[in-house]
Design a protein around this ligand. Structure first.
Ligand code: HEM
Length: 418
């Protein structure tokens, strides 16, 4: 006789009305049940901080989930479902791309071998070295605002900084940069977050894929002929267990690095400006610039600028925090709820610009194998962008109504420069 075990259940945290609303997700979370089963999504939902941290660090949970996200599809029709399946199985995502796999779907030694290969580009020293380049990008963008009273901050500023910077670091030729970011922003917001996708979105994603693949191959060809000091050249020259990196893996890594570096950093800049203005601390911060780094960390906790959840797959049958989990089951970590767990953060719904300690999960789990590689860059880019805005426009204000993006962050944020 098979044993049936009652599993705790809870609210539908995937509900589209909770999009970009971490405070509501936290309100719905039940501290006595920080891990519960969602029958609707056939996944374990994790809302507690410590429990999330453990899942992110524990080898009993695999990132294989990212390879074939089989969730968020209830609302799609047959055509959209087929396109989505094609997209994930050898499709075009930041996880798996055209048959190749990125760091985000690798576990164990395979993951650490590839991570080591690109690591030297991601140190804090490298981020500091980029300071003059970031200043130049920010200054040039801000000079376009001269004489203006009101501007839209996302498209004209926040969106452009990582494209210009990361194009250099990755080694994307100038003529391909804009199409790169446009394509990845679109596919990631529609397909990877498939609870928001429509059939029309999936058709567009599928139609653009082959052209995008050609662009990636152009980069690989150009860099093979003329290597330089950039990540693509490092990947081309690198060896893993004595072998060169295969073309499929190369393509997947390039796509993942491009996507991971762009929309998130754009969102961090936008979310920071929004929260500082909304809480009326912009001018105070402008007069005390030394607090800005801590204030940006608080934005990462309070309004995380990336996916609302990270996924993992249970490797073997286990007992975990009192729950019996089965091999192959999905586990979703709700970052916004974990970042507001009162057992970890005193007064979690209060925005404290000088919160200390602040071990948020905005970049994943520090010490976990998949902790964000680009965190030093994201911190440096947003710090320079925001402090330069504050120095020039200490009396900036929001023009209603800002528009949230389909994935995360803002698509429109109009501000009066003051
Ligand atoms: C505010 C900006 C950023 C945020 C919020 C962010 C967030 C994250 C998170 C949460 C993860 C872990 C995902 C998981 O455990 O499943 C991650 C991984 C990663 N991020 Fe970021 N990221 C940001 C900027 C960047 C930048 C600028 C880069 C540079 C290319 C980058 C590259 C990566 C890479 C390569 C990984 C995968 C690491 C691995 O699997 O070993 N990120 N990021």
């Amino acid at each position: 006789m098979t044993e049936t075990i009652a599993r705790p259940t809870g609210p539908d945290l995937m509900d589209p009305t909770l999009h970009c609303r971490p405070e509501r997700v936290r309100e719905l979370a039940d501290d006595s049940e920080p891990i519960f089963w969602s029958e609707k999504w056939r996944a374990w939902f994790v809302t507690g901080y410590q429990e999330s941290l453990t899942v992110l660090k524990d080898q009993r949970f695999s990132v294989k989930y990212n390879e074939h996200k089989r969730i968020n599809t209830q609302h799609l029709d047959t055509e959209a479902l087929a396109l989505l399946r094609e997209f994930y199985c050898g499709g075009m995502t930041q996880f798996t791309f055209s048959g190749g796999r990125s760091l985000l779907v690798m576990d164990g030694s395979e993951h650490s071998d590839y991570r080591r290969l690109v690591m030297r580009h991601f140190t804090s020293r490298e981020a500091i070295k980029l300071t003059p380049r970031i200043h130049k990008i920010v200054d040039d963008l801000l000079s376009e605002w001269e004489g203006k009273e009101q501007v839209e901050l996302m498209n004209g500023f926040a969106y452009k900084i990582p494209i210009l910077l990361f194009g250099d670091i990755l080694g994307i030729p100038e003529h391909l940069r804009k199409s790169f970011i446009d394509y990845s922003a679109f596919t990631e917001s529609r397909a990877a977050k498939s609870q928001f996708a429509t059939t029309e979105d999936m058709r567009k994603v599928a139609a653009q894929g082959p052209d995008f693949l050609k662009k990636i191959d152009t980069i690989i060809d150009e860099k093979s002929r003329c290597p330089a000091d950039d990540m693509v050249s490092t990947l081309l020259a690198g060896k893993v267990n004595g072998d060169s990196v295969g073309k499929d893996t190369l393509r997947a890594m390039i796509y993942m690095l491009n996507t991971a570096s762009q929309t998130t950093t754009t969102a961090l800049i936008g979310n920071s400006v929004y929260q500082f203005l909304r809480f009326g601390i912009w001018t105070k911060l402008a007069q005390n610039l030394e607090i800005v780094p801590a204030a940006i960390e608080e934005v990462l906790r309070f309004d995380p600028p990336s996916s609302p959840y990270f996924g993992r797959e249970v490797v073997d049958d286990i007992d975990f925090h009192g729950q019996r989990m089965k091999k192959g089951e999905t586990v979703l970590i709700f970052v916004g709820a974990a970042n507001r767990d009162p057992r970890q953060f005193p007064e979690p719904s209060v925005f404290r610009e000088d919160r200390d300690p602040n071990r948020h999960l905005g970049f994943g789990s520090l010490g976990g194998s998949h902790f964000c590689l680009g965190a030093p860059f994201a911190r440096q880019e947003s710090l320079i962008a925001i402090t330069e805005l504050m120095k020039r426009y200490p009396r900036m204000s929001i023009v209603p109504e800002p528009e949230r993006a389909k994935s995360f962050g803002f698509s429109k944020l109009n501000v009066k420069l003051g």
